[in-house]
Ligand binder design. Structure first.
Ligand code: C2E
Ligand code: MG
Ligand code: MG
Length: 741
């Protein structure tokens, strides 16, 4: 132990320090300093030496412990202690070092500064201890003059403050980093703004009220102008988001928010902040009330946070744009098909009982697009979208396909009649006034099933029926329709399978010259016998084969079959027999129909004139010029062309004239009652027409001799019907020919 005189010499005489700075200032808050020493005199001397000391604007306040154990206790109870002046040797030689361990290890306090003091130089702790436990200073008590003590304390407290500043910054940054991660997960502007306010309040660590303000356009649906809106808020109990800022009725806030926008800078007040967020042209202002002013560190952290928040704000806008691209139709700005499926999901799950979902399919839109150009086509679609949106009630709209629109709404406002009225007047597209028809399909809520995708499918089923229906251009979905669709799909699957397994056959129905009664040819007719031995009528399965596109492959096969049959007939010396095959629309739609027919003729080495193609008038409804061009090519190669079922279709006479025909076939419906008085007018007209057009004419469906006689009177050239022979398999047909020639 040092003698007290000695101590007094050094400690008690206040030697005038030149560290004026240290002694300046008066603060209301105080640094808590713990003096630990088993010698009570050291306590009073220290306190005296440090009296009046002000460090960084704050006084010192002392706590006293006289043993290591006391010190540990005091430290636990006083978390605000910043500095410990610690005697090394007290109740034991290492009592002081135990306190050090307690601070650093047990309490895990790395910020508290420690100055070790000892009476005897021999008790100095190892250098490793000083480093490991972050001890600020080690002094023998003799070294500690007042001036040295003041300097040591000052340095230690300043070091404490730096540590706590760094810690505060680090914690703030950690909040910012973890907050940003949370914000990154938010993809809607509303959620993001709300999240930003929450993180901001967390960072400032005060009970704050805040508003997130931005111009409404592009964020809030139907935001009419460039007014400021409240996108999110915290602490304004009665305020609903997405209102105009003016509804707040606070002149000051409105004025400052606008100022912040125009001056493009933050505004700090003691009791409030206006923070300006900007990135990539996306701008917002956050208004925030403060309970107490922000510290410098908080301001700096705030800047860091706002930089991140601005980037996030731009991102969330870009995300919204992507979202719009994925779920909105670029042309009409209506929801697209994907979004309509989501809307139908809601319709199915939460729709009102008398809600109905509808599809509207414009007729012949592609003609307008091709004929008048895409520009007019686009303008027409926009005009239709606008007219649809004039519907009353709370209807929701979408553009589901190129020329298909979707609507969901109450059945009070959404009926076939109401929709048809919308199409009464022509639409204006550019300079054009275009009269447009449409087909409509509906699904009532009670029939909606399972999910949006399925509901869309259901309405589509009804739409397909509506399109085929010649009288009414609308249909309501009902569950039987779905059964029908299922049946159709099964049939198509079975047909594909049976075709692959060679279970289709081509039968032949003889055609005769009426004058001589000689067989002049045969119509090849497809027969499908399923594995269980049943025949399915072509009237049933041909439409399915057409619908599925299967008719293209089957049609190729038929042409080859027919050609090989022609070859067989030649070989059997039935020289003048023509074989007619029926051709469907999809076969023409595929580009290489002409080539496949010609290559079949080539392959089987048959005379082209022995092959006849039967087309129906309806074939012309789709794309007349493509069909006409193909037929002219075939005709130029010598192949015959017949017009089947004449009189039942809707083709215009002008197209008929352009067709390179050889024969007209009078449909069975005009033959059935032909023998009755006054019932032969149409057949007569067709026969006369064909004579005028220099075509041969054949009547089909003759079942009775009277029909044959009447046709003879009318001057019909050729006949086909059950009266002469039913369609028959290939070998039977050969047999029939032998018998009848
Ligand atoms: P279609 O081309 O008008 O063929 C004539 C239909 O009338 C055949 O029916 C034939 O069996 C039937 N028929 C002929 N004479 C009489 C008669 O005196 N009385 C009655 N009641 N019917 C008679 P089928 O074979 O059932 O064919 C129906 C339709 O299916 C055909 O009408 C044709 O449009 C289509 N079809 C048949 N085979 C093929 C084919 O190979 N390809 C394509 N694309 N369509 C085919
Ligand atoms: Mg036919
Ligand atoms: Mg026919």
């Amino acid at each position: 132990m040092q003698t007290s005189e000695n101590l007094h010499d050094d400690f008690l005489f206040i030697d005038d320090s030149d560290e004026e700075e240290i002694l300046e200032g008066k603060g209301s808050e105080a640094w808590q300093v713990l003096i630990v020493d088993d010698d009570p005199e050291i306590h009073s001397v220290t306190q005296l030496a440090l009296s009046d000391l002000v460090v960084l604007g704050q006084r010192l306040e002392y706590l006293h412990a006289y043993s290591g154990q006391d010190a540990c206790q005091l430290l636990e109870n006083n978390p605000d202690i910043v500095l410990v002046l610690l005697d090394v040797v007290m109740e034991t030689d290492d009592a002081g070092l135990n306190v050090v361990k307690h601070i650093r290890e047990t309490l895990d306090r790395q910020d508290i500064r420690i100055v070790l003091r000892t009476g005897q130089p021999g008790y100095a702790p190892e250098e490793s201890v000083i480093k490991e436990y972050d001890i600020n200073d080690y002094k023998t008590k003799t070294e500690l003059t007042r001036r040295k003590l003041v300097t040591t304390v000052y340095a230690a407290i300043r070091s404490y403050q730096q540590i706590s500043t760094v810690t505060e910054s680090r914690q703030g940054l950690e909040k910012i980093v973890s907050g940003s991660a949370t914000l990154l997960e938010l993809h809607s502007i509303a959620e993001y703004s709300q999240g930003t306010l929450k993180q901001l309040a967390n960072l400032i660590d005060q009970d704050v009220k805040c508003l997130f303000c931005a111009r409404g356009q592009g964020i809030i649906e139907d935001a009419d102008d460039l007014s400021f809106y409240i996108i999110a808020q915290q602490g304004f109990a009665s305020l609903v988001p997405n209102q105009k800022l003016d509804t707040l009725k606070d002149e000051q806030i409105s004025k400052q928010v606008k100022k912040c926008f125009t001056q493009k800078a933050h505004k700090y007040f003691n009791d409030s902040l206006y923070l300006y967020i900007t990135k990539g042209g996306y701008r917002a202002v956050i208004y925030l009330t403060l309970k107490e002013p922000l510290s410098d560190i908080q301001k700096q952290l705030l800047e860091v946070f706002l930089t991140g928040a601005s980037i996030g704000y731009e991102n969330v806008h870009l995300f919204q744009k992507l979202n719009n691209a994925a779920y909105k139709d670029w042309l009409t700005n209506l929801p697209n098909r994907l979004e309509f499926v989501r809307m139908l999901d809601t319709f199915y799950k939460d729709g009102c009982e008398n809600d109905v979902a509808a599809l509207i399919d414009l007729n012949h839109f592609s003609d307008i697009n091709d004929g008048l150009g895409q520009d007019i086509g686009n303008q027409l679609l926009i005009a239709v979208a606008q007219r649809l949106q004039s519907l009353h009630g709370n209807c929701k709209f979408a553009r589901v396909g190129a020329d298909v629109f979707g609507i969901i709404g109450s059945e009070d406002y959404l009926t076939p009649d109401i929709l048809m009225d919308l199409f009464e007047q022509p639409f204006i597209a550019g300079e054009q006034k275009l009269p447009i028809n449409a087909c409509f399909a509906f699904c009532r809520k009670e029939h909606a099933n399972n999910s949006g995708v399925i509901v869309l499918n259901q309405i589509n089923i009804a739409l397909n029926l509506a399109k085929k229906n010649r009288e009414e251009h609308f249909a309501y979905f009902n569950p039987e329709m779905a059964d029908e669709t299922q049946w159709r799909l099964n049939m198509i699957r079975q047909l594909r399978n049976d075709f692959a397994e060679n279970r289709l056959e081509l039968w032949y129905q003889p055609q005769l010259a009426l004058s001589s009664g000689k067989v002049i040819g045969a119509e090849a007719l497809l027969r499908w016998r399923t594995i269980d031995g049943n025949y399915i009528s072509p009237a049933v399965f041909i439409p399915l084969a057409e619908y599925s596109g299967l008719i293209i492959e089957i049609g190729d096969w038929i042409v080859h079959q027919a050609c090989s049959q022609i070859k067989v007939l030649e070989e059997k010396s039935f020289e003048n027999i023509t074989i007619s095959v029926n051709v469907s629309i999809p076969q023409f739609r595929r580009g290489n129909f002409v080539d496949t027919v010609l290559s079949a003729i080539q392959k089987h080495q048959v005379l082209p004139s022995k092959l006849e193609l039967e087309i129906t008038e309806n074939i012309l409804m789709d794309d007349p010029q493509v069909v006409i061009d193909a037929l002219i090519k075939l005709k130029n190669e010598g192949i015959s062309i017949a017009l089947d079922d004449f009189g039942t279709g809707f083709s215009s006479m002008s197209y008929l004239q352009k067709l390179p025909l050889d024969r007209l076939k009078v449909d069975r419906t005009f033959i059935t009652d032909i023998a009755q008085e006054g019932q032969s007018v149409i057949a007569e007209t067709i026969i006369n027409l064909s004579k005028r057009m220099n075509l041969k004419v054949i009547a089909e469906g003759i079942e009775k001799v009277e029909q044959q006689e009447r046709l003879r009177e009318l001057g019909c050239d050729e006949v086909q019907g059950f009266y002469y022979a039913k369609p028959m398999p290939q070998n039977e047909f050969l047999h029939f020919l032998k018998e009848n020639s």
